[in-house]
Design a protein around this ligand. Structure first.
Ligand code: SAH
Length: 348
């Protein structure tokens, strides 16, 4: 079965021809696919063609298995079902500037960050580019009644995007297809735990996405307690890769920093962070760590966040406290998937 959401219009047209259909059907099918429509809904195609396609290809590699809507802010958490029975999460957030969707790039993750629920069972498999696009297409279908569409995408769901490099790049290119969903790459943020070689490679792709780096520590001693990847790549190496990215793309880098009680949240830690980020074109996003019951790590009080922020500001580091959304619906990474899987396993 060919997964049509993963193909460019040119590739899709090539496939249509190789199957013996006229080439002009390629564009029609491509447009339907990017509207999230399954074969039976492709009303300008003859019935026999639609039936034939359904036996050979997949138009919707992703479905919405369950969804939860936050009563607090209208944030929606999707549990997406994949064709092999796996599932991943997505979070839809509503802002004044548009609708932002956080998507997953892998089933699970193999990076092993101590605070992250997505990585607890390792990486099951990579998502394909077509599945990543499918996450957006399904969210657009969900929004159709409101005449809205996803306008911003963040690759911050489960998985390490740069550990699934080829498919993530293919996915990013699909967003720009002329007859596709045409989402500007300037509205796309890619978050990495800091895979240095791939960060440099990304800098050379000429894709104007915003690079976010999960830093979470002002020095390697602390970072290594939280993130195994920090043993492989040191902070100076990560920051060098960031400088390279900034030089190549002209875009600032965003650092994510989850404040963790007793570990990385003191005023001294803030001062040290300001020092290493000095003269770097960047922004820091602070968020109190979302406690994961499986680990003995806790978040911090608002007061601690404020103090940390003030130290950075006093040292002229651009920073904000990231808004938490969907707190009542297991908005944080991997938590809904785990809950559903645990419930399902418990039911058996
Ligand atoms: N693998 C990528 C993207 C996925 S995680 C990365 O590491 O950046 C998206 C963000 O959520 C990362 O910054 C990650 O460190 C953070 N995160 C994961 N678990 C968290 C938790 N329990 N509390 C706060 N932030 C968390």
């Amino acid at each position: 079965m060919t997964e049509l959401t993963g193909l460019t219009e040119e590739e899709l047209t090539g496939w249509v021809r190789s199957e013996g259909f006229p080439a002009f059907r390629g564009k029609q099918i491509f447009q339907w696919i990017h509207q999230g429509v399954d074969f039976e809904g492709m009303t300008n195609l003859p019935q026999n063609l639609r039936q034939d396609l359904a036996t050979k290809a997949v138009a919707q590699p992703v479905t919405i298995r369950t969804q939860r809507v936050s009563a607090l802010d209208g944030t929606v958490k999707f549990l997406y079902g994949l064709r092999d029975g796996n599932c991943v999460e997505g979070v839809l957030m509503r802002y004044k500037f548009g609708v932002s969707l956080c998507i997953s790039t892998q089933v699970g993750c193999r990076m092993g960050c101590r605070f992250c629920a997505s990585t607890l069972e390792g990486c099951v498999r990579n998502l394909s580019a077509g599945e990543m696009l499918g996450e957006i297409l399904q969210a657009n279908r969900y929004l159709a009644g409101e005449e809205k569409k996803v306008s911003h995408v963040v690759l911050m769901g489960s998985g390490e995007p740069l550990d699934n490099y080829e498919q993530v790049i293919r996915f990013l290119r699909l967003l720009r297809e002329e007859h596709g969903i045409r989402l500007s790459l300037r509205n796309v943020s890619l978050s990495t735990c800091g895979l240095v070689p791939e960060m440099k490679r990304l800098a050379e792709e000429n894709l104007p996405v915003t690079l976010c780096v999960s830093l979470h520590a002002p020095n390697d001693a602390i970072r290594r307690q939280l993130m195994p990847v920090a043993v492989k790549y040191s902070i100076p190496e990560v920051l060098d890769a960031c400088r390279y990215y900034i030089a190549k793309t002209g875009r600032r880098v965003i650092f994510e920093y989850a404040l963790t009680d007793g570990l990385n949240a003191s005023e001294e830690n803030a001062a040290e962070l300001a020092e290493i980020l000095r003269s770097l074109q960047c922004h820091v996003n602070l968020i109190p760590l979302n406690a994961v019951p499986e680990r003995q790590l806790r978040g911090v009080s608002e007061k601690t966040v404020r103090r940390f922020l003030e130290v950075l500001e006093a040292r002229h580091i651009s920073c904000t406290r990231r808004r938490e959304m969907g707190d009542d619906i297991e908005g944080a990474c991997g938590q809904l998937r785990r809950k559903v899987l645990q419930t399902e396993m418990g039911d058996k």
